[in-house]
Ligand binder design. Structure first.
Ligand code: 5AD
Ligand code: SF4
Length: 464
């Protein structure tokens, strides 16, 4: 906090550039949505700190309050509007408080947010470098807005300020945006076109994490399998995701590597062989299916169908026999019939997913589905189907965990268990949470644990 030219927020409405060294200019970030958003907040923190601001985890003390938002489903947006009502009250007590909305909702709702009264600045996912400037404009009483999407921005040179509390696992963005245009999805509109981050900056960030004691990285992108970085010296050479995964795995055998999210249509055999070859690449693949019905997958514009998805699953099982597989499923997409739904349930059984994220379809304005297909499955039918999907997945997860009972796994300890005092929690390479007695172990240790009991969500065991 000793950097030069600064604005203090107490006199900010008068717009005086203040040269005093001050401990004010505290910013607070609240984050909603996916892991990409969590990582973006870390980038925002780095940009703000570089500009001389200091992060606080006490929003009562903050001079600048950021809310990093998600638009993927309507309920995610509703939650943010609710938070803005709370921030309005804070602002009544502290009129100099600057409230900034970041991320997907900022991109989607620009003017509506600024008209809300509580919001002073709005910055889309590619506009975070301009945040210090936008804050200054807001302090001068001018509403700040930057929602320009970029074809190049990857924040490649920015070293995120780690906000994950455990100091053991970290997320590393390898690309931004999405070109897939799934009919239901707002992401291509809010996060823009797909672009890959230079491989050398990814490797450097992972090396730095390792030096700082981290033991696991998750490479993040909306569609990591289409990662492609062109060598600037020789554009004919493109580095693909399989190669990037290998580069990261080679950094240190003691560093676990995960990745998310894979698109089934782009999941190459080369990636599967790379996972099989390096023991430190975790044997877990998140492969969102969305629906088990080919008819619906085509309307969703997913670029694969039931049979080709199952062929990818068979290939995973053939090349990485121990691999766990998780998925995302949407219940009640436009035109979904009882038969389509039954096909989703049958596909779930056929794959035997180890875990799943399950959602009711939520129409997003301006997407292809919103423009062309009526949201015609009644809410109670969506709820009933979602409940059936959840009940089935609970059974499948329990079966998967029961198969692990009696086996021994290497668990990377992440920190104290939330549920059981005196116990540690960590994950297996298969991405299953394991709770075990703390004994002399600490976060960051690899602990060999024999599984003795399980629920559908957690394995419990004893160190051996
Ligand atoms: N409604 C419901 N779920 C959605 N997802 C994306 N868009 C929507 C939507 N409009 C789900 C998909 C995706 C996950 C991140 O969110 O399952 O894989
Ligand atoms: Fe959305 Fe499809 Fe892109 Fe995933 S792949 S972010 S679901 S458009």
């Amino acid at each position: 906090m000793m950097q030069g030219l600064r604005l203090t927020t107490h006199n900010s409405r008068l717009m005086t550039h203040d040269l005093r060294l001050t401990t004010d200019n505290l910013f607070y970030i609240e984050t909603y949505g996916c892991q990409m958003n969590a990582n973006d907040s870390e980038v925002v923190a780095a940009i703000m700190q570089d500009a001389g601001f200091t992060m606080t985890d006490d929003k009562q003390k903050a001079d600048v309050l950021f809310i990093n938002t998600c638009s993927i489903r309507d309920n995610a947006e509703q939650r943010v509007w609710g938070r803005l009502d709370v921030f309005r009250l804070l602002k009544q007590h502290k009129p100099s408080l600057i409230v900034g909305v970041l991320g997907c909702m900022a991109e989607r709702l620009k003017e509506a947010l600024l008209e809300n009264g509580t919001v002073d600045l709005v910055a889309g996912p590619d506009a975070y470098r301009s945040l210090p400037q936008l804050v200054r404009e807001a302090e001068s009483g001018q509403k700040g807005i930057n929602t320009l999407l970029s074809r190049e921005e990857t924040y490649a040179d920015i070293s995120p300020v780690r906000m994950d509390k455990n100091g053991v696992t970290a997320f590393v963005s390898i690309m931004r945006g999405c070109n897939n245009m799934c009919a239901y999805c707002v992401v291509p509109y809010t996060r823009g076109a797909e672009r890959s981050r230079p491989a050398q900056t990814i490797v450097a960030e992972v090396q730095e994490l390792l030096r700082n004691g981290y033991r696991e990285v998750t490479l993040l992108g909306q569609n990591v399998n289409s990662y492609a970085w062109k060598n600037t010296d020789d554009p004919s050479k493109t580095l693909d995701f399989a190669k990037l995964l290998e580069l990261v795995a080679l950094i240190d055998p003691a560093l676990r590597v995960r990745f998310s999210t894979s698109h089934p249509k782009d999941m190459s055999n080369a990636v599967l062989y790379t996972i099989a070859m390096y023991p430190n690449i975790c044997n877990h693949i998140h492969l969102p299916v969305q629906s088990g019905s080919t008819r619906l997958l085509q309307i969703m514009n997913r670029g694969y169908w039931r049979e080709s998805y199952l062929e990818r699953i068979a290939k995973i099982r053939e090349i990485i026999p121990e691999c766990t597989i998780s998925t995302d499923i949407i219940a009640g997409f436009c035109g979904e019939t009882d038969d389509d739904h039954a096909q989703t349930l049958s596909l779930m059984r056929e794959v035997g997913y180890d875990a799943a994220f399950m959602f009711k379809y939520s129409e997003r304005p301006n997407t292809k589905a919103a423009r062309h297909f009526p949201d015609d499955v009644p809410d109670e039918v969506k709820t009933k189907r979602l409940n059936e999907i959840i009940a089935l997945q609970n059974r499948l997860s329990l079966e998967s965990n029961r198969r692990d009972t009696g086996k021994t796994f290497e668990v990377l300890a992440e920190g104290p268990s939330k549920r059981s005092a005196g116990a540690l929690a960590g994950r297996t390479a298969h991405n299953k949470v394991v709770v075990f007695p703390k004994a002399h172990f600490k976060a960051g240790d690899y602990v060999t644990v024999k599984i003795t009991q399980c629920s559908s969500a957690t394995l419990m065991g004893e160190p051996v």
